[in-house]
Design a protein around this ligand. Structure first.
Ligand code: NZQ
Ligand code: ZN
Length: 385
């Protein structure tokens, strides 16, 4: 196992009815900015529950954060923060809203000239407004990590700071019943691939992290399709297990002390930035291609994955690895996600632009060995055609 330091300080309130807990989480004298997206929270009753919980507080609201939140939209929040003296942010939504609120929190107290430098130049975040979250879409893990992804002019960039990690997060699985099938699928597969990015590298004798990761993968493989099936769609047990899996997938626990990959995400961000493809759909296309192109480097872990996650014990090593990749793709298909660029109307002609963007963003030595250079990314994208 590699050396590590681990802390996750987000207090989680999990279960039905837990939104009421925010009233005690946020100091009563705080001036709160409720931040949300396009309005799903008004249709499913979450806005009302949050308003009730904030009855004793002074609060304002900022809405309109779009999926893959943009810099321009997020910067508009600074005006109300200054005018009203806001000193606490409450994000209510999916990963985009939580990520957006994190950037707003950092930008509000940023002392540099240009807030975009937090992303483009990775300028360190030295201060940020405190932040809480009510998660409505299990997927990103943003509710209990310090990561945020922001888009500007087709450039999708990330920053990370413990200062923007939510102080608390409410996870009520019943809120997820209003999700569309598309968002359910996206969420399950995004969480699945977060686990893979931290698991499918090379062995470092991290037994606990490996077994946790495999347990989470098995849970998503078992429960994900149930959340789409007519007879189990409204099953809160299914939703609860998906929701907790997605949080555990990217709260730092399974990634502590192990090598990490993240190449599927970095290549995927270019697909979203350039072509607007949903985050999870970029991953379901890129990951199988990464597994194929990097099969030598990932050989030992691919065999472990084949045996422990897919129970493949027959055949020689190559046969088992091929079967594990096939079953991974079959799972993404079962979740109604694409596994090829052609399924999202992209082809050979688009590969060049993606490679240019990877270069522009310094994504030229990706993966757990840093050996995915532009040529290897090209092979991955060609493999995904
Ligand atoms: O905006 P509203 O109206 O709320 O609708 C949203 C949005 O249209 C809707 N939705 C959310 N909860 C709902 C709901 N609709 C009905 N009922 C509910 N309960 O779903 C749509 C998509 O929401 P979004 O927040 O964009 O999805 P997701 O949670 O998948 O977040 C994706 C963003 O997170 C970033 C991605 O890059 C992308 O920008 N990521 C953040 C990470 C992190 N912070 O650690 C890691 C991830 O790898 C990822 O990169
Ligand atoms: Zn992701």
């Amino acid at each position: 196992m590699l050396n590590f330091s681990f802390q996750n300080s987000t207090r989680i309130h999990f279960g039905e009815g837990q939104i009421s807990k925010i009233s005690n989480e946020i100091p009563k004298d705080a001036k709160v900015l409720l931040i949300y997206g396009g309005g799903s929270i008004k249709k499913n009753g979450v806005y009302q529950q949050v308003s009730d919980a904030l009855a004793q507080h002074t609060w304002f609201e900022f809405s309109g954060i779009e999926p893959n939140p943009t810099y321009d939209t997020l910067m508009k929040a600074q005006q109300i923060i200054k005018e009203q003296g806001i000193d606490y942010l409450l994000a209510v939504g999916g990963g985009s809203v939580v990520d957006g609120a994190k950037f707003i929190a950092a930008a509000a107290l940023f002392e540099g000239d240009d807030c975009w430098d937090i992303l483009a130049k990775q300028q360190p975040v030295k201060k940020a407004l405190p932040l809480g979250a009510v998660l409505t879409l299990p997927a990103t893990g943003s509710e209990s990590n310090g990561n945020s992804v922001v888009t500007r002019d087709g450039n999708k960039l990330a920053f990370s700071s413990p200062l923007v990690c939510p102080l608390f997060a409410v996870l009520d699985p019943s809120i997820t019943l209003s999700l569309s099938d598309r968002q359910i699928s996206n969420g399950v597969v995004d969480a699945f691939i977060h686990i893979m990015e931290q698991y499918l590298t090379y062995p470092v004798d991290a037994m606990v992290q490996d077994r946790f990761a495999e347990g989470l993968l098995l849970t998503l493989i078992e429960e994900g399709p149930k959340a789409l099936a007519a007879q189990s769609k409204d099953d809160l047990v299914v939703r609860a297990n998906i929701m907790w899996s997605a949080t555990m997938a990217l709260n730092g626990l399974i990634g502590a002390g192990v090598p990490q990959d993240w190449s599927s995400h970095m290549i995927g961000h270019e697909l979203t930035g350039a072509f607007g493809i949903d985050h999870a759909r970029t991953l379901s296309i890129v990951l199988p291609a990464v597994m194929k192109v990097q099969r030598i480097q990932k050989r030992a872990k691919l065999l472990q994955y084949a045996q422990r996650v897919w129970q493949i014990t027959e055949g020689d090593d190559d046969t088992r690895i091929n079967r594990a990749i096939e079953l991974t793709e079959a799972f993404f298909k079962e979740m109604a996600l694409p596994t090829r660029l052609s399924q999202v109307d992209l082809g050979l002609a688009d590969v060049e632009l993606l490679l240019e963007k990877l270069q522009q963003h310094g994504m030229t030595s990706l993966g757990e060995h840093g050996d995915i250079d532009l040529e290897t990314s090209c092979q991955i994208l060609m493999q995904a055609l």
